[in-house]
Write a protein that binds this ligand. Structure first.
Ligand SMILES: Cc1cc2nc3c(=O)[nH]c(=O)nc-3n(C[C@H](O)[C@H](O)[C@H](O)COP(=O)(O)OP(=O)(O)OC[C@H]3O[C@@H](n4cnc5c(N)ncnc54)[C@H](O)[C@@H]3O)c2cc1C
Length: 242
């Protein structure tokens, strides 16, 4: 019988949770599967788009990571401060965790601060808090200008800005306010969803056009600002960050 070994999975997002569950099923019980995340809850990012237009609540798209304990996965909550890939250790909230195998699934961090003014001027629906604040703003908007923009040519989800724009379009159509709202997409990338090839790019552009959403590719935002007197809602023409 092989001695007990430990797999340490750093990050409890989609990649980390899927890996932990798959390994737990395949590994014999004497082996440990340990998963670490700084957040106690796992939020399912693709559903942020529904949260943003009020089609889901935050609770419906979130599960406590601690539930994985039922499956025999050891969950630790804490900030990962250091990783030593040679010694296969990680420092979590000051404590060192050792592993026989390390899996690093820490995802990508957003850095809105790299564009001056962006965090203050826009809503970011790539986070739970941002999706919720956008929903609050959209609910109140009856007329104005909404700009969905991508702040970098590559991001966590190449489809989400376009999906987001079309969901916003759908929300205004449903309540009959679409004619009073100008909705546009400014993209840092040269075409939508380039990773999926030119046919998909062209299909997405046609969809946007069919919904009356002007598309401006190749536009890199360099700065954003709130209009004087504007509050952080969409009652006046505002900028949106996806
Ligand atoms: C709005 C939106 C819609 C999307 N739609 C789709 C879709 O329809 N289809 C699709 O395939 N993909 C979609 N994606 C992309 C998908 O969500 C990501 O590709 C996926 O989440 C990446 O998984 P990951 O495990 O690598 O990273 P993440 O899911 O980001 O997980 C990383 C985890 O690491 C944790 N972490 C990071 N740093 C530390 C630290 N120092 N200490 C402790 N913990 C840390 C974070 O808290 C997080 O839980 C979407 C993304 C967004 C934002």
């Amino acid at each position: 019988m092989v001695d007990s070994q430990t797999v340490l999975i750093l990050g409890g997002g989609v990649g980390g949770v899927a890996t932990a569950r798959a390994l737990r099923k395949r590994l014999q019980r004497q082996h440990r599967v340990v998963l670490v995340d700084r957040e106690p809850d796992h939020g399912f990012a693709p559903s942020l788009l529904w949260l943003m237009v009020g089609q889901r609540t935050a609770d419906a798209i979130t599960r406590p990571l601690a539930r994985l304990a039922r499956k025999g996965i050891d969950v630790r909550i804490g900030n990962i401060e250091h990783i030593d890939p040679v010694r296969r250790t990680a420092t979590v909230a000051g404590a060192q965790l050792a592993a026989d195998y390390l899996v690093i699934t820490l995802g990508a961090d957003l850095s809105p601060e790299s564009i001056p003014g962006l965090a203050e001027a826009g809503h970011n629906f790539y986070t739970r808090r941002g999706a919720e604040s956008l929903w609050t703003a959209l609910r109140d908007l009856r007329a104005g200008r909404v700009v969905v923009l991508t702040a970098a040519p590559a991001d966590k989800c190449p489809a989400a800005p376009y999906e987001g724009a079309m969901l916003i379009d759908g929300w205004f159509r449903k309540y009959g306010w679409r004619d009073a709202v100008t909705l546009e997409v400014y993209a840092a990338e040269p075409a939508p969803m380039g990773v999926a090839g030119p046919h998909v790019s062209s299909a997405v552009m046609q969809l946007l056009a069919s919904k009356g959403i002007p598309y401006h590719p190749g536009h890199q935002v360099t700065a954003a600002r709130c209009r004087p007197g504007a509050v952080r809602s969409l009652r006046r023409p505002r900028r949106l960050l996806h």
